[in-house]
Design a protein around this ligand. Structure first.
Ligand code: SF4
Length: 429
């Protein structure tokens, strides 16, 4: 089968451009805009009201990839935001202070509603509290998602979220959009979501192959783009994952690895699992440290940040509000430490990883809290070598190439020795 390998990438680019154009034209079309967060998001519900979702975290990470975040963060700090506040927040506020020109170069519309879906990170509350001061005309809808303290979906918690959808979120969206919720439309979108979710899991599970046809971290962050942002629940999103899976299947059939900054990585010396988000300010440089060392990521918890499909959850037209509630409750940032450890263990075993890397993010407590415990636990349980590095999401001041490189050189040496000896374990901190 001869396929055009870059189809999915081009399609994602086109989808994003069209979405940005729609956002730029709301003055003419009258479409309403909802700002909301990525983890456990309610994209289908927003789209069911013909509204446009916008995610401040995505603006922040894209600004970082375009080397704009440093200035935005300084602007926010000049306004009084302390150094230790989440750098996504400061980047977003700084961008707004500079005219809200998005990373695509067009002015982003003000929000008509701020949908605060609080999933596991207290910063979300303070972030939108600040945005409410900056956009005083925006409606605000609060959706409190209880943390999975007991390590499971509790029926009372699901019901609690459903009640909030019915009494807080949906009425506010009906008010802002001027439309009643069309439950049939929502249900149809949720079935499309499930199709895309099945395909995404096929893509991630392809990492069981050797060589792995994907990089589940650096490539994975592109793969989750459509499903975790504005496009879940659309035909366009399903098409993206169909194209992507065809490309992955082509690489499996031809025993090819993923494309990295150093070319195709077919000769894969180390298979790694990673906990924590990537650094966005030096994304390619960071990726290169691994591809130069012939290391490929076969599993990543960050690619479950908005929703977790590994244990069988799928959106569905059967009982739509219950599915939306379960999705919000199940996202990674809402899971407790034993659940996170279990997911990492699952990846390490399923994808037969040689090592685990923790990328601790300076300004993200939601990910970083407990990572040392997770690291020790997995090292004890599985005897797997663990590397530990520190970077930041979008603050370029916290990316030190030499420090990271030194630590990773030691990590790779340890992996090499272990491979030479057949086994061994160790922790680098
Ligand atoms: S602290 Fe982490 S999870 Fe919370 S908003 Fe910032 S980046 Fe997101």
């Amino acid at each position: 089968m001869d396929i055009q390998k870059e189809n999915s990438m081009l399609w994602q680019k086109q989808m994003t451009a069209e979405h940005m154009e729609e956002l730029a034209n709301v003055g003419k079309t009258g479409k309403k805009v909802a700002y909301t967060f990525v983890p456990g998001n309610l994209t289908e519900l927003i789209r069911a009201f013909d509204m446009l979702p916008l995610y401040p975290e995505i603006n922040a990470l894209q600004s970082a990839m375009k080397k704009q975040s440093g200035d935005f963060i300084r602007d926010a700090e000049d306004m009084g935001f302390p150094e230790d506040v989440c750098s996504y927040v400061k980047c977003d506020v700084g961008m707004m202070l500079e005219g809200n020109i998005g990373p695509g170069g067009t002015k982003l519309p003000d929000p008509d509603i701020l949908l605060l879906s609080y999933t596991g990170c207290f910063v979300f509350m303070k972030w939108f509290e600040n945005l409410k001061h900056l956009y005083p005309n925006a409606e605000i809808a609060m959706l409190h998602i209880p943390y999975q303290e007991a390590g499971e979906l509790e029926p009372g918690a699901v019901q609690y979220v459903i009640e909030q959808l019915k009494t807080e979120v949906i009425p506010k969206f009906e008010k802002v959009s001027g439309k009643k919720l069309d439950m049939d439309k929502l249900a149809g979108m949720l079935d499309l979501s499930a199709k895309a979710e099945d395909l995404l899991m096929d893509v991630f599970d392809s990492a069981e192959h050797r060589p792995s046809p994907i990089d589940a971290y650096f490539g994975g962050v592109y793969y989750i783009g459509p499903i975790f942002t504005a496009f879940r629940g659309s035909e366009a999103c399903v098409k993206y994952y169909e194209d992507l899976m065809s490309e992955v299947q082509y690489r499996i059939d031809n025993k090819m690895g993923p494309i990295t900054p150093d070319g195709e990585l077919t000769d894969q010396k180390y298979r790694l699992v990673v906990e924590g988000p990537p650094n966005w300010t030096h994304f390619r440089n960071f990726w290169s440290i691994f591809s130069e060392n012939k290391a490929v990521f076969v599993g990543s918890t960050y690619t479950r940040v908005a929703g977790d499909y590994d244990y069988g959850f799928r959106h569905s037209s059967a009982d739509p509000l219950k599915r939306l509630a379960e999705y919000c409750l199940g996202c990674y940032t809402n899971r407790n430490l034993p659940q996170r450890i279990e997911l990492l263990q699952r990846f390490i075993e399923k994808y037969e990883a040689d090592g685990l890397l923790i990328n601790s993010i300076k300004s993200c407590n939601s990910f970083s809290a407990g990572q040392l415990v997770m690291m020790r636990d997995l090292e004890d349980r599985l005897g797997i070598p663990v590397g530990f590095i520190e970077t930041d999401l979008v603050d370029p001041r916290y990316y030190s190439y030499s420090n990271i490189k030194n630590r990773l050189d030691s990590f790779f040496q340890m992996l090499e020795q272990r491979q030479a000896l057949g086994m061994g374990k160790g922790v680098i901190v």
